[in-house]
Design a protein around this ligand. Structure first.
Ligand code: PLP
Length: 375
């Protein structure tokens, strides 16, 4: 078997032991004579997997009783709409902090919902520079730069901007803003479970699974119970967080195989040493990659300010687009795939999610050093 060295941005690499476990159990799950996909979502065999996956999220993050964990569908994109539907009542306003393309999308969707419900949304801070195709994001806001409306229903952040490689909370200078008593809502799709975080500081956090915790088809939501209980009446049941919280994320048929895979991935994570181990690994990976970039600053150029550099999506440019194309093509010949930057920004992007090993990063770094030497 020749597994690719997979730096895809999402769907992304999954830990081999989690996949092998699925392969082993695929046609006969837990001695039941059928795959987990063929089980009723109301049966005890599936329910055990479902509850184990939910419990692993709680355990890994030490989630307090004040917060509930939900498995929903529709991806992070559906959360862009569901958040304002549930948290933005008529006459209220919500704040958005923009540090990249995903935050922009969340804001645009919130504008649509605000118009429907008679609320409003506002950009509390944006670090975007320039316009149109030239628009760049190079950092998170500095301390004091985010001016949160003291009456805001919530303030929305994107903890890691997957396309621009800008992440909150990696360095003290890049810390999450202080929102006081205003609930923070955070899109953590591309840096969920790269380490522990203080869940109590967040009103609601959501993450599409396909970046760091499993296959696509499932989005994990962690929400303060009192916040989602106070949602406005009149929104369709399926879009109310409360519906899913009241039904243990089994209101309608969940993506059972995706939940099963999340269980396998989180069980692997726990067995490796949990989030303390994972954070140490991820920091080492990022140090080695940025170290290689900075060691050849006349050749590789990372556009992101040091304090905001992402541990999960490392972006950089080469001296020309022709060299970038050659870089991607030659890496591919050495079994390394997924290195092309997002089409909207170009360049190179290395996604270094949890399942990307230190050994893979070392292989890439050796390739980068050799590329500079021979280019
Ligand atoms: C990938 C991604 C999304 C979109 O996720 P979907 O599951 O495709 O809806 C949203 N936000 C961030 C930060 C992402 O990385």
């Amino acid at each position: 078997m020749n597994r690719a060295i997979n730096f895809n941005a999402g769907p992304a690499a999954l830990p081999l032991p989690a996949l092998e476990r699925a392969a082993h159990e695929l046609v006969d799950f837990a001695g039941t004579g059928m795959s987990v996909m063929e089980h009723s979502h109301r049966g005890k065999d599936y329910e055990k997997v479902h509850n184990e996956a939910l419990a692993l999220v709680r355990e890994l993050l030490a989630i307090p009783d004040s917060h509930t964990v939900l498995f929903l569908q529709g991806g992070a994109s559906q959360q862009f709409a569901m958040v304002p539907m549930n948290l933005l009542a008529r006459g209220r306003s919500a704040d958005y902090v923009l540090t990249g393309a995903w935050g922009e999308k969340a804001f645009a969707e919130a504008q649509t919902v605000a118009a429907l419900v008679g609320g409003s949304v506002r950009v509390a801070a944006s670090t975007g520079e320039g316009d149109g195709k030239e628009k760049a994001y190079r950092r998170v806001p500095r301390a004091g730069e985010v001016k949160v409306d003291p009456y805001a229903a919530y303030v929305h952040l994107t903890s890691n901007e997957t396309i621009h490689g800008v992440e909150f909370g990696v360095t003290p200078e890049g810390a999450f803003p202080d929102a006081g008593k205003i609930p923070i809502v955070c899109d953590m799709s591309s840096d969920f479970l790269w380490r522990k975080f203080d869940v109590a500081r967040f009103g609601l956090a959501y993450a599409g699974a396909q970046k760091n915790v499993g296959p696509s088809g499932i989005v994990v939501v962690i929400a303060r119970k009192d916040l989602i209980a106070a949602a406005p009446a009149g929104i369709p049941k399926i879009f109310q967080y409360k519906t899913h919280a009241d039904n243990n994320s089994l209101y309608n048929t969940p993506p059972t195989f995706s939940v099963y895979m999340v269980r396998n991935v989180l069980d692997w994570l726990k067995s490796q040493g949990g989030l303390a181990w994972m954070e140490a690994e991820n920091r080492k990976k990022a140090e080695r990659l940025y170290g290689a970039i900075d060691a050849h600053a006349d050749f590789f150029r990372c556009p992101v300010e040091k304090a905001s550099r992402s541990v999960m999506n490392v972006v950089f440019r080469l001296p020309s687009e022709a060299l970038e194309e050659r870089f991607v093509a030659e890496a591919k010949k050495q079994n390394m795939i997924g290195l092309k930057g997002h089409r909207s920004v170009g360049g190179i992007r290395v996604s270094t999610y949890n399942a990307v090993s230190l050994a893979w990063i070392d292989t890439l770094v050796a390739f980068m050093n050799e590329f500079v030497r021979t280019a």
